[in-house]
Design a protein around this ligand. Structure first.
Ligand code: KG4
Ligand code: ZN
Length: 356
């Protein structure tokens, strides 16, 4: 059977089935075991952050080599932590796009080898879809229809999920992802990589109203985003301070961090609540690495609450890349009868909404 093909009638996937998830799309080698799509049995992540830090960002060549070195040990650790053997599994799910092609290939090849060796059903998962499903892992009552804001280093998008497996794109960034803009400014502030968490810490003591910064696409009737103007304004502000003062005083860095974070949070929260209204749903969920940001969580809770929405975020540990979310999304694909064949390939620019 080929990618996305339906299984035969005899292949019904068990309701409580154990799924091994594998994620290697960027710089985390991860494997996890999830039971029945919702119950986390193990979640192992080997982060490569230290290997990329000296370069100030992810180096694709380094990432794929690191995945190769670690993935087998990470899968073994996920099985051991869950207390299961390969033969106890009901299926294998793997991220096959979007992402870095060399990195994706390591996960896809590992998943195919395991599925072939143990005659297990295999399914490919979209990385952003997996981020969305992270919300289902700690909220047993959460069900579509809902709207999801996915906000990470590579993506900023709003999806309407009328039901499991259907994704309607409501809006997306026209240039930088929100996390990318935060990371680039954080780098100029000398906060290292990835910059989002360090910028959040620095912003705690700053004044969010101190530096006037633009809101991309303000006044437009759109659910799209634009963060490149905001990023450029923040970088030019820092440049002019540096030229004038020779360095960036700590209080200026704090104020800029707080103002930038607030500009991002303000836009994300406003569009997310507007998207839920436009789709006519009562549930709003948030996913992706930037969803770990406490200021974003508080503001979306506040505005969502005012709009009568039920708002949900995954725990911070499931916001950034992990394989539990892949296993969860894979479970629902397997239950729908989807199976991938050994022709499953890495697709670096895999679209989500067009998969309907
Ligand atoms: O989902 P993720 O691990 O990888 C991608 O798919 O991109 O997201 C990583 C992004 C980075 O841009 C990182 O700076 C950002 O999420 N991030 C945060 C926080 N934690 C991670 N941004 C703001 N505040 C945080 N606490
Ligand atoms: Zn991600």
């Amino acid at each position: 059977m080929s990618v996305g093909a339906a299984a035969g009638a005899g292949d019904r996937f068990p309701a409580g089935g154990l799924v091994l998830g594998i994620e290697t799309s960027c710089d985390e080698s991860a494997a996890a075991v999830v039971a029945g799509g919702r119950e986390l049995r193990s979640n192992v992540i080997a982060s490569q952050v230290a290997a990329h830090r000296k370069f100030g960002g992810v180096v694709p060549e380094v990432a794929s080599r690191k995945h190769l070195e670690t993935i087998v040990g990470v899968v073994d650790a996920a099985l051991a932590e869950a207390g299961v053997r390969l033969t106890d599994l009901s299926g294998v799910a793997v991220t096959y796009g979007p992402g870095l092609v060399g990195s994706l290939l390591v996960g896809v090849s590992t998943a195919k080898a395991l599925a072939l060796a143990k005659d297990l059903p295999l399914v490919g998962v979209h990385h952003v879809e997996a981020h969305i499903y992270a919300n289902f892992l700690d909220e047993p009552g959460l069900e579509p229809p809902l709207v999801c804001l996915t906000v990470s280093g590579g993506h900023t998008a709003l999806f309407h999920l009328p039901e499991y497996g259907r994704y309607v794109l409501l809006g997306q960034t026209r240039d930088d992802a929100a996390g990318e803009a935060l990371d680039k400014v954080a780098r100029v502030l000398g906060l290292g990589y990835p910059g989002g968490p360090a910028l959040e810490k620095l912003a705690e003591e700053g004044d969010p109203g101190a530096v006037p910064l633009p809101r991309g696409l303000a006044g437009e009737e759109t659910l799209d985003f634009s963060f490149s103007g905001l990023k450029t304004a923040a970088l030019s502000f820092l440049n002019s301070v540096r030229q004038r003062e020779g360095a960036i005083p700590p209080e200026v860095a704090r104020d800029l961090a707080a103002s930038l974070q607030w500009a991002v949070v303000d836009v994300l929260a406003g569009r997310a609540v507007a998207a839920a209204a436009r789709a006519g749903v009562r549930t709003l969920i948030v996913s992706g690495g930037v969803a770990a940001n406490r200021s974003l969580r508080a503001e979306i809770r506040r505005r969502g609450g005012e709009a009568g929405l039920s708002v949900h975020f995954p725990p911070a540990s499931l916001c950034t890349d992990n394989a539990a979310m892949v296993a969860c999304a894979g479970y629902y694909r397997l239950r729908r009868g989807e199976r991938a064949g050994l022709d499953l390939n890495a697709v670096p620019n895999l679209p989500l909404a067009a998969e309907e």
